[in-house]
Structures are given as structure tokens and as C-alpha cells.
Design a protein around this ligand. Structure first.
Ligand code: GPP
Ligand code: MG
Length: 306
């Protein structure tokens, strides 16, 4: 795996790129609760998902997050035989634009920095971070299928010495304390307790390191979980947190927000386009309802670890 390490020294010297999580833990060490096992099973079995695979097949960036920005309305017009492909391409463009905005908030990153993608899916955002900064990226996922898929992509892209994916729990990454310049979660925090998560991120980040989160959260101001938000939870086996919980958990773990951006208005066009596409999954209406009624937000938070 570590192409930079001569095989003769591999046993005694750490590779120059300093691999993270050392020993591969057992399944029971990674998946500690029945809930975590259920979430892992969902993603392990989610292998025929054109809504993600058809988009990723365009350029090998397989995303597990949504899109932002206005879509080009011409994709819904013109020759019918290219209509479907043009919508798929446009959805992919909006998802890649979302990851670009996340990466824009990581701050100054140099090629010698090491980053963590917590809940790395099939690897899309990790590859974009490496492409942009030349840095080392480690991704963790509790889905062995996703880890395998993303590592195959890394090999195919010829970056497997710098971008690596590990079967690890983001609540217990196994990464060295203080080893990361930045950490992000791209729509993954709704699967975990935020206090436990940010405790782990505070551990792995260096002083002044940056954490960037894009998430869906429910609106404390409109009250509890709306019906539409509950339908999203049910669909993905997740547990969407209230907006307030993010700031409580960040503050409790020494994180100071530098940017909070409500991306809700920017993500609605993506969902409108997706609802018209051949790869719609049925979750489009609950997202559109939740966003439009104000019970749910699409939020970016960037915070520094002190
Ligand atoms: C999945 O992306 C994202 C989640 C499961 C997290 C839920 C996100 C919220 C903002 C609440 P995906 O790309 O795998 O989903 P899909 O298959 O529906 O495109
Ligand atoms: Mg998707």
C-alpha cells in the first residue's frame, strides 16, 4: 500500500506519509452497538444506487452528499434522447460544487498536512481535497464495502499512497493525537452523538486545526422534529440533530466557530432537479417540504480547535 516505503524497511520504519490507523480493528471493535451495525449494514448493502453510481461514473468522483447552486434549466429541455444524461451530469456538477464549498472552508492547507474525512463514503470529497492541496487524506467509514470501493478508486487514480480509507468508526478513528490539520464531515454527523464525535475530533486535530461540517439539521425555532424530518431519518436510518446541538457540542469540546452558512436556499434547486430525474429515490419530497416549511436547514459550520 505505502508505495513510498521500500519493502526492506517497512517492518521497522514508518512510511514517509505516516499511515494512520495502525492495526485494522475487528468488526466488533468498529461496530459497537446494534444501531452502528444497522447503519453499516445499510451502507454495505447499498450497492445498486444509480443516484450515486451514475453520477460518479462520469469522472470517478463518487459522492454521498447532495448538491448546491442553481441548475441550468436547459437540461430539462431540448432533445429527449440526451435529457436523462444531461440531468445526471448537472446533478453531479452540483454535488461536486458542494464539496468544493466545503473544501473552501478548510483554511490554508499545505501538501505536508494530513486531513481526515470522517464518514468518507466512496471517497469523492477526499480525492477532491488531495487534488486541490496535494495533502495526505485519511478517510474512515464503518462500511467495509465503501472502504474497499474507495481504496480501489484511490489505486485507479494512482493516489493510494496519499489517500487512504480505513474501516474505522469516526468516534474512535485510531489516528494519532494532534496529527490532523483539518477534519470534515460531509453529511455524516446525523449518525452519531455529537459530543462524542467532537471529543474525538478535538483529540486528533492540532491546536488551531479546522473542522468543517456540512449537515442537515432541524430547526429549534419551529420546535421538534417535523414529519418530513422524521421521514428523512427513517429513510436513511439516521437521527438528525437540532441546530442548537451542534453549537453546544462544539463549544463543549473547545471548538470556536468562524463561519456558519445557511445553504438551504442553495440546495433547494438540486432537490427540484433530482425530483425530475430518472434516479429519484422518493426522498425528494420530504427534503423539499422540510426545507420549504423551515423545519430543516442545510448548514455549513467551520470551527477552529483551541
Ligand atoms: C447520503 O447521501 C447522505 C446521508 C445519508 C445523510 C443524510 C443527509 C442529510 C442532510 C440529512 P447519499 O448520496 O448516499 O444519498 P442518496 O443515495 O439519497 O443520494
Ligand atoms: Mg447521493
Amino acid at each position: 500500500m505505502a508505495a513510498t516505503t521500500p519493502s526492506t524497511t517497512a517492518a521497522t520504519h514508518a512510511p514517509a506519509t505516516s499511515p494512520a490507523p495502525s492495526a485494522t480493528p475487528s468488526v466488533t471493535e468498529v461496530l459497537r452497538t446494534a444501531y452502528q451495525k444497522a447503519v453499516a449494514a445499510y451502507w454495505d448493502n447499498n450497492r445498486q444506487d444509480p443516484v450515486n453510481l451514475r453520477l460518479g461514473d462520469i469522472d470517478g468522483l463518487y459522492h454521498h452528499h447532495y448538491g448546491i447552486g442553481d441548475y441550468d434549466p436547459s437540461v430539462l429541455e431540448g432533445p429527449e434522447d440526451t435529457w436523462d444524461d444531461r440531468i445526471i451530469e448537472e446533478m453531479h456538477r452540483l454535488e461536486t460544487a458542494q464539496a468544493d464549498v466545503l473544501l473552501d472552508h478548510l483554511g490554508a492547507i499545505s501538501p505536508s498536512d494530513r486531513l481526515l474525512d470522517a464518514g468518507s463514503g466512496r471517497g469523492g470529497t477526499s480525492f477532491m481535497a488531495h487534488q486541490r492541496y496535494g495533502c495526505q487524506v485519511d478517510g474512515v467509514s464503518i462500511s467495509e464495502y465503501q472502504v474497499g470501493f474507495a481504496n480501489d478508486q484511490a489505486a485507479e487514480r494512482g493516489v493510494d499512497d496519499r489517500v487512504r480509507f480505513h474501516f474505522r468508526n469516526m468516534l474512535d478513528t485510531g489516528l494519532e493525537t494532534g496529527s490532523r490539520r483539518a477534519v470534515w464531515t460531509n453529511e455524516t454527523t446525523m449518525y452519531v452523538d455529537l459530543f462524542e464525535l467532537f471529543d474525538e475530533f478535538a483529540r486528533v486535530l492540532e491546536y488551531g486545526g479546522r473542522y468543517v461540517c456540512i449537515t442537515g439539521c432541524y430547526n429549534d425555532v419551529t420546535g421538534g422534529r417535523s414529519k418530513a424530518v422524521s421521514r428523512i431519518d427513517e429513510h436513511y436510518t439516521c437521527n438528525i440533530h437540532p441546530r442548537s446541538e451542534y453549537f453546544r457540542a462544539l463549544a463543549a469540546n473547545g471548538f470556536v466557530p468562524i463561519n456558519v452558512i445557511d445553504l438551504t436556499a442553495q440546495t433547494i434547486p438540486y432537490w427540484e432537479l433530482r425530483a425530475e430525474s430518472s434516479v429519484a429515490t422518493g426522498i425528494e419530497d420530504p427534503f423539499l417540504t422540510a426545507y420549504r416549511e423551515g423545519s430543516f436547514h442545510y448548514l455549513l459550520i467551520a470551527a477552529d480547535r483551541i
